[in-house]
Design a protein around this ligand. Structure first.
Ligand SMILES: [Zn+2]
Length: 294
């Protein structure tokens, strides 16, 4: 009955809503709430498509609406085949690989909030919510207010043991080049909105990027010098601050040189799901060179 008495708000993240249902239900442990709701008690992480994500989606009456308005799943249209995306949106019967590489990412995927949204949400609903669009991977600024998003990397990793955003008071992060980070956030949102309307755009953008760079999807080791050359060009043209914000390997000079293009454009060779952030940075680099519309 709890989901009925505590409906999901517009813009609220699916797992943020489940956490709110748990808090209102009064159970001390999340596993008891999960059992009552008939869902897995796996971690409630913002970009993790685990059993809790899959079961949670099935609690909402309209699967398509749940995916589009209460998750950031559309961004994975950059990583997955279109028919797979559509299959998950229509049936939600399997787990969706997220392709997360926490040992390579410099950004964190803990839950984020905007202080201005908290005030607006309390005025509107009487409480704050975890906004879906604040949880887009690597986004740094609010989609409504352009203010820096706040997070607590320790306490906000998993919403099973967290509270509503209004209960947190975290220091504002400082960026050397805030304009760049606002531009990056705006870019992610634009691509996300387009993919939400048209998941087939993901495959189109992958094709356009590969073909503009002249890198065949069937490349082999003998193509490596060519790809390395193009990678050097990309590393010169994309601001280093952004690359370091996204990937640890741009800060670790003792490691092998970065290979974003090699590991991403060759994804179909190895049949791996490459995290959308890899595709986003390639598209951000090429944004003035190829069309990003359908
Ligand atoms: Zn905001």
């Amino acid at each position: 009955m709890m989901p009925f008495h505590c409906p999901i708000e517009s813009n609220e993240h699916l797992l943020g809503w489940i956490s709110r249902v748990h808090l209102l239900g009064g159970n001390l442990k999340f596993k008891h709430t999960a059992r009552n709701l008939g869902i897995s008690d796996n971690p409630l992480k913002s970009c993790n498509h685990n059993e809790a994500f899959r079961d949670g989606l099935n609690l909402l009456p309209n699967l398509n609406d749940a995916f589009e308005n209460h998750t950031v799943f559309a961004l994975w249209s950059l990583s997955l085949q279109t028919e797979k995306v559509l299959e998950w949106k229509q049936c939600n019967s399997k787990l969706v690989p997220s392709g997360s590489e926490p040992n390579k990412f410099a950004f964190h995927s803990s839950w984020k909030y905007c202080p201005e949204c908290i005030c607006e949400d309390i005025n509107q609903h009487g409480h704050s919510i975890w906004h879906a669009k604040h949880q887009l991977p690597s986004i740094s600024h609010c989609y409504k207010h352009l203010t820096p998003l706040l997070t607590d990397r320790v306490n906000l990793r998993d919403l099973r043991t967290a509270s509503l955003p209004q209960l947190y008071d975290v220091l504002t992060p400082e960026f050397n080049n805030e304009r760049l980070m606002i531009e990056w956030s705006h870019f992610i949102l634009t691509i996300f909105d387009r993919l939400n309307t048209n998941p087939a755009l993901g495959e189109v953008l992958r094709e356009r990027a590969s073909s503009y760079l002249g890198i065949s999807k069937q490349f082999t080791q003998k193509d490596k010098p060519t790809v390395v050359n193009i990678q050097e060009k990309m590393d010169k043209e994309v601001p280093l601050e952004l690359l370091k914000y996204l990937f640890l390997f741009y800060s670790q000079e003792f490691k092998r040189p970065p290979s974003v293009l090699w590991s991403t454009l060759g994804y179909s060779v190895y049949e791996k799901v490459k995290h959308p952030v890899y595709w986003l940075i390639i598209l951000f680099w090429l944004k003035d060179k190829i069309s990003l519309e359908i």
